[in-house]
Write a protein that binds this ligand. Sequence first.
Ligand SMILES: [Zn+2]
Length: 136
Amino acid sequence: MEGVHDEPIDPFSGDPADPAADLESVSEDDDELEPLSAAERQDVLEDLADLEIYQALLTPVGIRGLVIECEDCHEPHYFDWDLLRGNLKHLLSSGRPRVHEPAYDPDPDHYVTWEYARGYADGVHDTLAEGSDEEG
Ligand SMILES: [Zn+2]
């Protein structure tokens, strides 16, 4: 069994409830893959840029990633920074989001929302801006 390890390990592999299983078999036949519009790509690129900032600011205070309310199942899903970045890059390259690959058994204390991260980054930015304001 050599040469079969070039695909990423699927955490749902062998799980009959694997939400990706149906998606892949169905979508490749009849769904024409729509590329992202320029505006959508720009949004994703901005999210990626924000993500870099949030990760840099929040990792030192013990935050491992973001919690996102899922539009499909209306449950919060917890994503590590690396997973988020991977998902956004996947969205850029494939035109569709990855579904349901949240962190395994996450500790909610270590995840914050986009809104919290944005507010935190704004707060840090304001503090820095005030500091450099003094000579003006
Ligand atoms: Zn979900």
